[in-house]
Structure formats: C-alpha cells, structure tokens
Design a protein around this ligand. Structure first.
Ligand code: FAD
Length: 478
C-alpha cells in the first residue's frame, strides 16, 4: 500500500492532537513529521499552563503514548520529530508543501496584544503576560532575559494587571503566593524566576478591566483559587459599586455566572458572616491579611508614567468607562485617576503572526490568524490552497483551553483524511534536506526531558527545566 506523508508545523496540543487523530484513523500507512522551533515538544502545555496546574499537562503523556505506539514494531506508520528547526526560517514552507501529501500549520500564537498607550514599550517594570508566563515557565526566549534578570524585584509592592482572563488570574495567584513554598516549591516553575519573585514584597494586586463584572473573562475554577488564597493571608476585594447582583436579573443568567456571583457574594463578606459552606477555609494563623487583591472594573488605561531618572514605572493613568446597551466601551477621558504601581502586566491575550513564506503561497492571514474553511487554508482570493491545513490557535485565534484545541484538531484531521483519500498520491514525497541544521529527533527530545525529570526528582519536583537551547543540546550530545 502506498505510504502518505503529512508534516505538522508545531508540537503544541493542536499539532499533537492532529497527529494523534490522523494516526488513529488513517487506513493506509502514514508517515507523520512534527516540526518544532524548540528542541523539546508540547508548546504551551510546557510553556504556558501554570506550574501549579500539573494535571492539565497530562496531555503530554497522551502525546508520548501516541509516539510510542507509532514507533512500536507492529506499527505500519512512522513518526519523526524535528525539533530546534523553525519552518519559515530554517526550512522553506513552499518546499515542504511541495514534498508532502499534506502540511498542517499548528504553530500557535506567539506575539502580544498591546494597549497602544504611551510608556508601554519603554518603561522598566512593564511586561506582557506572554513574556511573564514564558519567563516563569523557563521558555528559552525569556528564562534569562535581562528584562527580568536585571529588574529590581525588591521594589515591587503594588502590581497592576490589565485584563481579568484566566492568564491574568494565573499571574495574580503566583504573585500573591510568591512566598508559599507548599504551592510553588514542588512545581516545575523556573527556579531562577521563583527566586527573583520571592524577593518581591508584594502587597497589592489589582486586576483592571475595561468592562463590568458580568463581562469578566475568568472562569469559576480559577476565581475560586484566588479566594482560597485566604489561607495564606491573601484577601480579595470587589468594590460594592462594581458588584451589584441586585441589578443583574440573576434568574435569567446562565448557571456558571450564578455560581460566580454566589462565590463572590460569600467571599466578600467577613469570615464570621459567611454561610457554613464558605467557612471551612483555614484563616491566616494570626488572623491578619498581609496581601490584597482586587477586581477593578470600567477603566481604560491611558498612559504609563515612569521615573525619568531610573526609567522604572511609577504609575498608571486611567479613566472611567461606561458601557452602552450594546456593551460598547465609552471611555470618559475627563474623569481620570492614577494608580501607583511598581509592576504592570498587560494580559490582553496572545496574537498570531504570519509565517515567512505565506506571501509566496498566497496564504490569507487576517485578524491574527490563518484564514481557513474547516481547517483548509484559503488564499487571498478565498480559494482553498491544496494540501495546506491549519489547526489550533493559529487557525482559530488565540483562545480556548486544551479541550477546545483538541476538538478543533480532530475535526481538521478528519478533513485531511477525507482529502488524502481523493487527492492523487504525490510522487517523490520526502523531507526537505536538513543539512546544516542542528535539529533534535524524538529520541534527543526524550533524552532532554528525562534529564530534566531526573534533575527534578532529586529535589522532589516533576522536573527541573533546562533554560537555554545550548544546555538542551549539551544534554543531547552527552
Ligand atoms: P501552542 O501550544 O502555542 O503550540 C505551538 C507550537 O508551535 C509551539 O511549540 C511553538 O514553539 C511551535 N512553533 C511556533 N512557530 C513555529 C515554526 N515556525 N516552526 C516550528 N514550530 C513552531 N488550557 C487549559 O486547558 N488549561 C490551562 O490551565 C491553560 N492554561 C493556559 C495558560 C496560558 C498562559 C496560556 C497562554 C494558555 C493556556 N491554556 C490552557 C490554553 C492552551 O495552552 C492552548 O489551548 C493550547 O496550547 C493551544 O495549542 P496550539 O498547539 O495551537 O499552540
């Protein structure tokens, strides 16, 4: 039987779930090659998901099992991992497409949405959530970046986070529990980042949103985790002018929102006044809360002000907003206020960018994602580009949990399978030359992951990540 060849660009959840579904359901022998910019696989599962949520990373075991099955001696399929190789830079996309039966763009979203206000790009102590998350998760692009390493963490008391999605809450949780070893000490967080964060005498974290409470982006699980920080002397607040359930026609609201309101209604009360269910939480030993967080609403950031001598952030200037009936934000620039902050993180979401080589192929790239019809990539005229597909965040936009990413990847894989049945088999399919590229194979990547795991075991952690590509390649060369 003729073998088919599929290349997938990106080894995050979307790339691996696409591979998994193809290999599970294809009727002919298949050779899947996953290309990855970094020497190791798993994308945001490794470098995005919070280190204190290890169960979310269980998908990595599924991916590893998939590869084990394909590499087993009874398998008719083949699998290659080519890490430390960036498609678009080290390998031309058009060349790859000309040599494979199908190519899937699953390379995720690795740029930032920005506020676009003065001071955002040139003030010390202003970070995007992507930079910050990459830093504490040990991503080689940021793990040792001077922006973090040279920053004076000892000066950080007041933190502003713009946005209130789950990533913003991940950041707030970490910053407020920076000294709680029972949470972080046994995780795979970068030890360098954790040591720096421990230096910060953080007292207040404000999560600032443009819209109102009912438009909050967090989910209940992550919000509950914030309230549960009380045990460590961390108290949450919502100003009563923003938390007005009596105005929200609660009976008509969806269940998750009703639960969210119940949760907040109880936790904003002093401990003694809460119903029994919410009194189980251990309170700080001396009854004193040393840190605070606050959900803040209806504000537009206008300007970041810095100390002209040091370049460090001093404050954030904002104005009040109102919302129209259609939920449109109306900023009132005459009603301004200023928050003193020592650290500001903009958590506005990730954004996709076009890959080098898109122009040559005519790939349509709009709204920070690859334009596609059920995973089939469209050109600028709106026609499908044969054999080119996309799955995950770069095709759907930068939102959605791993489960949503999986569902999308499976649907795209089904369409690839349908097309593989009807498209003529390509003559001369092969991988482009890898000469002069110091790429890693699956076995190399496993060697790195095993090394990290063994290093972690010595200090009772799931792993201790290597923070630079050089270190990773040294382990491979051993
Ligand atoms: P990615 O995971 O980003 O994978 C893309 C991969 O492509 C990366 O490995 C990248 O290095 C590689 N790549 C990029 N460019 C190239 C190139 N040119 N050549 C080769 N390779 C390339 N979901 C949950 O279910 N639970 C959570 O707790 C959770 N927490 C999250 C926390 C954060 C901070 C973020 C940002 C997301 C979180 N998510 C969570 C969502 C989840 O991470 C995404 O649904 C999922 O990772 C998207 O998968 P993806 O494969 O599309 O992108």
């Amino acid at each position: 039987m003729v073998r088919k060849y599929v290349s997938i660009i990106g080894s995050g959840p979307s790339g691996f779930y696409t591979a998994h579904h193809l290999l599970q359901n294809v009727k002919v022998p298949l050779e899947v090659t996953i290309w990855e910019r970094l020497p190791v696989p798993f994308g945001l599962s490794r470098y995005g998901v919070a280190p204190d949520h290890p169960n979310v990373k269980n998908c990595e075991d599924t991916f590893t099992d998939t590869v084990k099955d394909v590499m087993g001696k009874d398998s008719i399929h083949k699998f290659n991992f080519i890490g430390n190789c960036e498609v678009g830079k080290d390998i031309e996309l058009s060349k790859l497409l000309s040599k494979q039966d199908a190519v899937v763009l699953s390379y995720g979203c690795a740029t930032d949405r920005k506020l676009g206000i003065p001071g955002e790009n040139d003030t010390t102590g202003v970070f995007t959530s992507r930079q910050f998350v990459n830093w504490y998760n040990g991503h080689p692009d940021f793990a040792l970046h001077p922006k973090f390493m040279d920053f004076d963490w000892k000066s950080v008391k007041n933190v502003g986070i713009i946005g209130n999605g789950n990533v913003a809450l991940d950041l707030a949780r970490l910053l407020l529990s920076n000294n709680v070893d029972s949470i972080w000490g046994r995780t795979d967080i970068s030890p360098i980042a954790l040591n720096k964060l421990r230096e910060a005498p953080i007292e207040n974290v404000k999560l600032i949103a443009r819209r109102d409470f009912p438009n909050s982006k967090f989910t209940n699980k992550e919000l509950r985790e914030m309230w549960l920080l009380e045990e460590y002397g961390v108290r949450g607040h919502i100003d009563s002018k923003f938390f007005t359930p009596e105005e929200w026609e609660m009976k008509e609201q969806v269940r998750s929102f009703r639960r969210c309101v119940d949760l907040c209604s109880e936790y904003v009360k002093p401990f003694e006044l809460r119903s029994a269910k919410y009194k189980k939480l251990p309170q700080p030993t001396n009854g004193i809360f040393t840190k605070n967080w606050e959900l803040d609403y209806l504000k537009t950031p206008l300007e970041i002000l810095k100390d002209e001598t040091t370049g460090y952030i001093k404050s954030l200037k904002l104005c009040n907003n109102t919302l129209t009936k259609a939920n449109k934000v109306i900023p009132h620039e005459e009603e301004t206020m200023s928050y003193e902050v020592d650290l500001l993180i903009t958590s506005l979401g990730y954004k996709g960018s076009a890959m080098a080589g898109f122009e040559e192929l005519g790939v349509q790239f709009d709204n920070a994602k690859v334009t596609n019809k059920q995973g089939r990539v469209l050109n600028t005229e709106g026609n499908e580009i044969p054999r080119l597909y996309t799955s995950g965040w770069i095709g759907r936009g930068a939102s959605g949990v791993i489960l949503a990413t999986m569902t999308n990847a499976f649907k795209v894989a089904d369409n690839i399978l349908k097309d593989l049945n009807v498209l003529p088999t390509r003559e001369g399919t092969s991988l482009p030359s890898l000469q002069n590229i110091r790429y890693t194979t699956w076995d190399d990547a496993q060697k790195i992951l095993k090394f990290e795991q063994e290093k972690g075991e010595q200090v009772s952690k799931p792993r201790e990540k290597l923070l630079t590509i050089e270190e990773m390649l040294q382990v491979v060369n051993k």
